[in-house]
Design a protein around this ligand. Structure first.
Ligand code: NAI
Ligand code: 15L
Length: 265
């Protein structure tokens, strides 16, 4: 493809994807509200607040595909969630519609279903059970993607990322971990299948412990290779096991289920 846009390029996942997704496109357009350093030859850097609809309209001009990582990535006061995740998603989908509907990979989250128990095994069709304003904003953007598909034919891969870090960090992440390389291989599949539609995909590696069933996304031909089990011994040895009655051990969303709602508007 010619130009791939990555939003949230200054973030934890974005910085890695900037490097690892470079082979997918001649030009990477990288965007964030924060500084992204110096542009390489194949890069265009655009500072842009996702909440600014005119800026987002310009940002998407001439893009062939979008990896949408930008926004608040955890529980936050409502004003910030509203601007970055809710208004920001609407701005992005409207700009995509105006610019020929390039395919979108939407970074959603496991916190859309955070109030399920850790002994539940979920298909992508399970009703949403968000665990806070952040999870709720991701539910909103998932439904927005579905609406833009039904109404206009906009194709979007809704990726419910579990925990995407270099390595799993605690006991819960043994079930939720998504390696960077598996995220890259998923992104490649999303942008190469002839027909995408608007599937929900669990963004999770091939872990020994799994809470989510990805069979509805089999058509992508994505085969995650990494396994959090490789880190199990180290986590058991180094990370205190949560109390069996605590939210960290009971709910899929862990301690997000206990974070306060901050309505600051
Ligand atoms: P991050 O917080 O490191 O990166 C998000 C980026 O979005 C930041 O660089 C931030 O400056 C930018 N941003 C925030 N508000 C903005 C605004 N108004 N306009 C423009 N940019 C704005 O998060 P991370 O970990 O890289 O996650 C990327 C995406 O994946 C997020 O959407 C997050 O919700 C989602 N996700 C990540 C998971 C993980 O384990 N890392 C798990 C589930 C979902
Ligand atoms: C998320 O949605 C967050 O973006 C990430 O920072 C982690 O907290 C992850 O979920 C998780 O709960 O492991």
């Amino acid at each position: 493809m010619h130009r791939l846009l990555i939003t949230g390029a200054a973030g934890g996942i974005g910085q890695i994807m900037r490097r690892k997704l470079a082979p997918l496109a001649k030009i990477l357009r990288l965007s964030d509200i924060s500084d992204m350093g110096v542009a390489a030859e194949n890069e265009e850097l655009v500072i842009c607040d996702l909440g600014d609809k005119h800026a987002v309209m310009e940002l998407l001009r001439d893009c062939d595909a979008i990896v949408h990582l930008g926004g608040m990535s955890g529980e936050a006061p409502y004003s910030q969630i509203l601007n970055a995740n809710i208004t920001g998603s609407l701005n992005l989908f409207e700009a995509a519609r105006a610019h020929g509907m390039p395919r979108i990979l939407l970074a959603s989250s496991q916190h859309t279903v955070g109030f399920y128990r850790q002994d539940d095994y979920l298909e992508t069709s399970a009703p949403m059970r968000p665990d806070g304003l952040y999870g709720l904003s991701k539910c909103f953007s998932e439904l927005m993607a579905q609406m833009y598909f039904d109404k206009f034919g906009q194709e979007t891969a809704i990726v419910r990322i579990g925990s995407c870090f270099e390595t799993p960090r605690d006991h819960r992440m043994l079930a939720t971990w998504l390696s960077f390389d598996d995220f890259v291989s998923l992104t490649e599949r999303v942008f190469s299948v002839p027909k995408l539609g608007c599937p929900i995909i669990w963004g999770v590696s091939n872990n020994d412990t799994l809470w989510w069933d990805n069979k509805s996304a089999n058509f992508l031909g994505w085969k995650p290779k990494d396994n959090s089990g490789d880190y199990r011994a180290s986590i058991l040895a180094n990370v205190p096991r949560p109390d069996p009655g605590s939210v960290s051990a009971l709910f899929q969303g862990g301690d997000f289920t206990q974070k306060p709602i901050v309505h600051d508007l």
